[in-house]
Write a protein that binds this ligand. Sequence first.
Ligand SMILES: C[S@@+](CC[C@H](N)C(=O)[O-])C[C@H]1O[C@@H](n2cnc3c(N)ncnc32)[C@H](O)[C@@H]1O
Length: 391
Amino acid sequence: MADGKIEAQPAVLLDQLRALVANPEAFASDRQEIIALARQAAVALEEPFETLQRLVYSPLPLITARVAQDHKIFQTLLENKDAPTSAAVLAQKTGIHPTLLDSLLEYLTTQNMVGEVSPQQYTPTKLSNLLVAPLFVDAVVHFHDNCLPAFNALNFSLAHPSDPRTPFEIGHNSPTDFYTWLETHPVQAGAFHRFMEAQFASLPTWLDVVSFPDEYAQSASPETPIFVDVGGGIGQQCVALKKKFPSLQGKIILQDRAAVLEKAIVGDDVEKMPYDYLTEQPIKGARAYYFRQIFHNNNDATCQKILASLLPALGPSSVILIDEKVLPDEKPSGTSVEYTAALSLAMLAMFKALERRESQWRKLLGDAGFEIREIKKFTDYGDSVIVAVKK
Ligand SMILES: C[S@@+](CC[C@H](N)C(=O)[O-])C[C@H]1O[C@@H](n2cnc3c(N)ncnc32)[C@H](O)[C@@H]1O
């Protein structure tokens, strides 16, 4: 060490990186810092030419993953697990012309989505295995088919602020909003709703911080509406609540658009009710009205309408539970999280809405006649339950 600076030792670093690639578990305790520094290191070392190529081809990993999934490239490699699969077999199975397939496979190997063990002989990688999992298939379909055209229209939309259309509507040349469009696109609708159900499965949930029976189901009779899942999709949270508390007393109601309810995964113990959340809430005096990922799909004016439609239904013991990101008002510089920043832009592209910061939630709910009782955070990404009551 000279002048307090650590001397650069590329050979040592290279050895350590090779050890990490061979045995990532040994580095697990410092995982996040290593990933962050490795990304910074790659950018610091890049030549401008390399930075340019990385940037301009950035949509391709998603697009080629979609092509490979659709043509069952990963599945074919995985089925043939005892030996590599030749390019000729893949050409036959996919129906893609061998010359085109050659380029596609070459790109997929650069992304570690497939491995090439010898010329024209391919094997699955850790990523191939992930990309056949239902969550990854649904996520790729949703982001490729639904979101990518909307992202592509973001620049046009921001340059034309008086255009009332969302970037989604511009990019898809659609006369309707995303949720209405989904009703005539069953493949994309299925992928979206399953993705919504499964994407957070590895993270804590609201049920880890809300003790529902004690807080909202005390002395409830079988007829008491205890949980109304507004815009609840196919009903994953109703199912999760029932699973966690099987002897819960009271009615659980799933509300969404009729076309979505047709695909609901709930049993007979959950009432399915078609409902437009811009109209007056028909279930009066429920213990908890639950909204998961609803407000971030809507701008402030529409959120005010949703809240105004709910307000007359609230009884003295009713609460509204909002399960969404509460982003910090103040954050030390350099601590932004790529995922939450990207999600906010996705909301902009799909709905002309954004993820909200704590002060924005307080203003939105305060203006609508609600008072925040508490905010219970349950993930490192700002996922929280906002518990609010009528003022
Ligand atoms: C982002 S998804 C969230 C679904 C579910 N709450 C979850 O967290 O998985 C938004 C949901 O709102 C529903 N939705 C959209 N517009 C609606 C409306 N006007 N009334 C009721 N539900 C609506 C959609 O069909 C969709 O299921």
